[in-house]
Design a protein around this ligand. Structure first.
Ligand code: ASP
Length: 429
C-alpha cells in the first residue's frame, strides 16, 4: 500500500488535530504568543496558506470533472434522467433540513427567552460589510444573472462557481456533438486534467492535520467556548437540528432508499467531514469530498464527477437549516407575529437563498440579510447571533458536505451501482 493511500485511510490524525486545536485555542486566547509573535498571527498565516492550497485546486477540478462527466454521459443521452434525480435529491434533502430546523426552533423558542445580548461594539463593522455586499448586488436576481457569465475567463478568475458550472455543462454537452476525433482529443485532455487535480489533492492532504490545527485553533482563539454561554439556546437549537438531520434523516434515506449501511458511509466520508468542519468551506473541501466519495465510498467517477461539484455549489442543506433557525430566532426576539404565512416565507426563502450561498466561510450571513429583509426585520438582527456564527459555520459546512455525499450515494444506487459501500472501510492501524 503506498503512502498517499495510507494517508487517505487515516482520519485520526485530523481528528486529534481538531481536539488539540480546540483545547489550545481556547486556552491561549487571542493575545497568547511566543517570542513577541502572537500565535494568532502564526496560525492565521499558516491556515490561510493551507486554505489557499485547497481552493487552488477547485476551479480546474470542477470544470474538468463536469466537462469530462457530461461529455461521457451526454453521448449516452443519460443526463436528463441523472439531472432530474440530482435536483430531486438536492431539493428534497434541503427541504427536509429546513423543516427539521423549523420544528426545533418552534419547540425550543430560543428567541422567546430574551436572553440575547444586544449588538456588541465589535460587530457593526462586520454588519456594514455585509450590508455593502447586499447593496453591491448579492441579491437573488444577481445570483440568477451570475449563472450565465458574459466572459468565462472573468468567471474563472473570480471563482464564480455557478457561471463556471453552467459553462462546463454546456461545453461538455457540445463535445458530444462534434466529430469523434476532435471529441476524443478533448475528452482525453479534460480527463487528464481531472486526474492530475486529484493527485494534486493527495499531495495537499498530506498536510491536512497541520492545516486543520491552525484553522481550528484560530477560530477558538477568537470565539472561545465562552461565547456559547450567552447564546446557548440558539446554539443548541441549530446543533440539535443539524444532528437530527444528519444522524437520523440522512441515514434513514441511506438505509431505506439507497439500501446501504449508513455507518459505512460515515466512515468513508470522515476525512472530508473533518476537513469541512475545520475549513468552514465546502468549496475548499471539494477535492477531499470527491476523493472520499469515489475512492472510499466507491461511487463511480461518472456519477461523482457531476453530483459532487454541482451539489457543492447548490445543495446547502446545513446552511438552509441554519438560515431558517436564525431568521426565526430573530423574529422571535423582535416579538413579531409568527403566523403560518411568515413561517412559510422563511422556509421558502431559506430554500431558495441556500442555493445561491457560496461554499465559503460565513456565506450564509449574506443570505440571512436577504431573508430578514423579506420578512420585514432590521438587518441589525444579525448582531443577535453573530458571536456564534463562526462556530456554527463549522457544523453546518460539515452537514452540507455530508448531504452532498448522500445525494451521490442515492443517485449512484438508483443507477444500479452495486459496488457502492459494498465493503467495510478498513482503517489502517
Ligand atoms: N460555510 C458554508 C459552506 O461553505 C456556507 C455557509 O453556510 O456560510 O458550505
Amino acid at each position: 500500500m503506498n503512502k498517499s493511500h495510507r494517508n487517505r485511510k487515516r482520519p485520526w490524525g485530523i481528528f486529534l488535530a481538531i481536539i488539540l486545536a480546540i483545547l489550545f485555542g481556547s486556552y491561549v486566547g487571542k493575545d497568547g504568543g511566543l517570542l513577541g509573535v502572537s500565535f494568532y498571527t502564526i496560525f492565521d498565516t499558516l491556515g490561510t496558506i493551507f486554505l489557499n492550497s485547497l481552493t487552488l485546486v477547485v476551479v480546474p477540478l470542477v470544470s474538468s470533472s463536469i466537462i469530462s462527466g457530461i461529455a461521457r454521459i451526454g453521448g449516452e443521452g443519460g443526463f436528463g434522467r441523472l439531472g432530474i434525480k440530482m435536483f430531486t435529491f438536492y431539493l428534497g434533502t434541503s427541504l427536509l433540513a429546513i423543516l427539521i430546523g423549523l420544528f426545533f426552533v418552534n419547540l425550543i423558542g430560543p428567541g422567546n427567552a430574551h436572553i440575547v445580548p444586544p449588538i456588541s461594539a465589535a460587530e457593526p463593522s462586520q454588519l456594514t460589510q455585509l450590508k455593502e455586499q447586499i447593496v453591491e448586488g448579492q441579491t437573488l436576481i444577481s445570483v440568477l444573472v451570475s449563472i450565465v457569465p458574459s466572459n468565462i475567463l472573468n468567471a474563472l478568475t473570480h471563482g464564480e462557481m455557478l457561471g463556471l458550472i453552467f459553462f462546463s455543462l454546456i461545453f461538455g454537452y457540445a463535445i458530444t456533438k462534434i466529430d469523434s476525433h476532435s471529441a476524443s482529443v478533448l475528452k482525453g485532455f479534460f480527463q487528464g486534467i481531472f486526474q492530475a487535480m486529484i493527485h494534486f489533492t493527495h499531495i495537499i492532504m498530506k498536510f491536512l492535520p497541520y492545516g486543520v490545527f491552525c484553522l481550528v485553533a484560530k477560530v477558538f482563539m477568537v470565539s472561545g467556548i465562552g461565547s456559547l454561554e450567552s447564546l446557548g439556546l440558539f446554539f443548541l437549537t441549530v446543533v440539535l437540528g443539524l444532528m437530527v438531520f444528519s444522524l437520523v434523516g440522512l441515514p434513514l434515506l441511506l438505509k431505506y432508499v439507497a439500501r446501504v449501511k449508513p455507518m459505512r458511509h460515515f466512515k468513508a466520508m470522515s476525512p472530508a467531514l473533518l476537513t469541512a468542519f475545520s475549513t468552514s468551506s465546502s468549496s475548499a473541501t471539494l477535492p477531499v469530498t470527491i476523493d472520499c466519495v469515489e475512492k472510499r465510498a466507491g461511487v463511480s467517477n461518472r456519477i461523482c464527477s457531476l453530483v459532487i461539484p454541482l451539489g457543492t455549489s447548490i445543495n446547502m442543506s446545513g446552511s438552509a437549516l441554519y438560515e431558517c433557525v436564525a431568521a426565526m430566532f430573530v423574529a422571535q426576539a423582535y416579538g413579531i407575529d409568527l403566523s403560518f404565512t411568515t413561517q412559510f416565507l422563511v422556509v421558502f426563502m431559506a430554500l431558495v437563498t441556500s442555493i445561491g450561498v457560496a461554499g465559503i466561510p460565513s456565506a450564509s450571513l449574506v443570505a440571512l440579510l436577504v431573508i430578514l429583509r423579506v420578512i420585514g426585520l432590521p438587518p441589525e438582527g444579525i448582531g443577535l447571533f453573530i458571536a456564534v456564527d463562526r462556530l456554527l459555520d463549522m457544523c453546518r459546512t460539515t452537514v452540507n458536505v455530508f448531504s452532498d455525499s448522500c445525494c451521490a450515494i442515492l443517485v449512484a444506487r438508483s443507477e444500479g451501482e452495486t459496488q457502492v459501500l459494498a465493503h467495510d472501510i478498513v482503517e489502517s492501524p
